[in-house]
Design a protein around this ligand. Structure first.
Ligand code: UD1
Ligand code: UDP
Length: 364
């Protein structure tokens, strides 16, 4: 059984690693394809080192570009590769342009397609990721859902019950298997931080960082929060130029993007996390750390209903009052079912039909 696993950008690496391991443990031949959507040392290489991912078997080197350029370049490079490698199945994760590009090529080329993190919906069509999520699910054979709400979304959209598999959250597999190593990181000392006394911020959604007016309003709110709790902001390359142009209020420290182990350590010891990241909403819930999401919606409502996440939107006053409320009265830590570190094993069982790489992938 030959299975192509696709990764392309920062939030893919921690999702694909446990799936590759679970498939290989059962004897499948895994071919790791890296599209090259992210390429900086701090957005890419550090994750391969921290997570112990072997060098990709194939590298497409697509780099940055407009949505059409990037998606098109991945498709054009992935099509001949698929022809040559001739896998039984392709696994894509998440919702980035590389996910959609490889899904579309696979759907027309013949191998079975499995989407890890299927069914998440923000219902916000201004997010490029929402387009990628919906379109990827539409052409997938296996819809591997991380939470019951995602499985319900798929049912409501008319997918067949035998396509939908509620397997749990692979990000949490990686989080749990690396948490002890992360706790040994010296990142707090390096940045002069003490446990429970700082806030951690990430910002990279186009809706938050591309428009200077929106970003200025967010920085105003962060400046007020920093008056109560100093903030550390590892800067995503998408936001770097604009943050440098606008400057940041006192109390906010800008640092380069953190590696995986350092970033988990920073989340684990934070008093509060403010973010527009998808994955960080999930990791804070699993760690029981308060999270304030700087968006009006989330495709991960389980982190609000059963976790530590609160949606604060983009209005500065609402952000400040939400953070104050969370600091005064932190949400009780709870962890969703199946976020238990075994999601990737369930995925391998679904794909390999019960534990052996000799068993055929069940057609759906
Ligand atoms: C992408 C994903 C987003 C995901 C994010 C994770 C899409 C549509 N977006 O957004 O869903 O949340 O990754 O971090 O797929 N850049 C660098 N170095 C790099 C990578 C990017 O400098 O290694 C800069 C380039 O200027 C590039 C910009 O960041 O144009 C945006 O990169 P891109 O991959 O297009 O989108 P992200 O905003 O990173
Ligand atoms: N992350 C990291 N360093 C950082 C910011 C995030 O290692 O400086 C990790 C984070 O722990 C999570 C993943 O990157 O595992 C989330 O990726 P990102 O926020 O870029 O994308 P999203 O989840 O929003 O698609």
């Amino acid at each position: 059984m030959r299975i192509v696993c696709v990764a392309g950008a920062r939030p893919n690496y921690m999702k694909i690693k446990p799936v590759m391991d679970a498939l290989e443990r059962r004897g499948a031949e895994v071919v790791l394809v890296h599209t090259g959507q992210h390429y900086d040392e701090s957005m890419n290489d550090v994750f391969f080192r921290d997570l112990g991912i072997r060098p990709p078997d194939r590298f497409l080197g697509v780099g940055s570009g407009s949505h059409a350029e990037q998606t098109g370049r991945v498709m054009a490079a992935f099509e001949p590769l698929l022809d040559e490698v001739a896998p039984d199945a392709v696994v894509v994760v998440g919702d980035i342009n590389s996910t959609l590009a490889c899904a579309l090529v696979t759907a027309k080329a013949g191998p079975l397609l499995a989407h890890v993190e299927a069914g998440l919906r923000s219902r916000d069509w201004s997010m490029p990721e929402e387009v990628n999520r919906v379109a990827t699910d539409r052409v997938s054979d296996y819809l591997l859902a991380s939470s019951p709400d995602a499985a319900d979304n798929l049912r409501a959209e008319g997918y067949r019950e035998d396509q939908i598999h509620l397997v749990g959250n692979v990000m949490i597999d990686t989080l749990f298997s690396n948490l002890e190593r992360a706790r040994q990181s010296d990142v707090l000392e390096r940045y002069g931080l003490s446990k429970g006394e700082y806030g951690l911020v990430t910002l990279h959604r186009p809706a938050n960082v591309d428009d200077p007016e929106v970003l200025t309003a967010l920085l105003k709110a962060l400046g007020e929060v920093a008056g109560r709790c100093p903030l550390l902001l590892p800067v995503h390359p998408r936001a770097a130029g604009r943050l440098a142009e606008l400057g940041v209020p006192g109390g906010i420290r800008l640092v380069p993007p953190a590696g995986y182990l350092d970033f988990i350590a920073l989340q684990d010891s934070a008093r509060v996390v403010l973010t527009d990241s998808g994955g960080v909403q999930e990791e804070t819930t699993a760690l029981g750390v308060p999270c304030v999401t700087l968006r009006d919606n989330t495709e991960r409502p389980i982190t609000v209903e059963q976790g530590t996440n609160v949606l604060a939107g983009r209005d500065p006053e609402r952000i400040v009052s939400t953070v104050n409320r969370v600091l005064d009265n932190p949400p009780a830590p709870r962890r969703p079912a199946l976020w238990d570190g075994r999601a990737s094993d369930r995925i391998a069982e679904v794909l390999l039909g019960g534990g052996s790489a000799d068993s055929r992938l069940r057609p759906t």
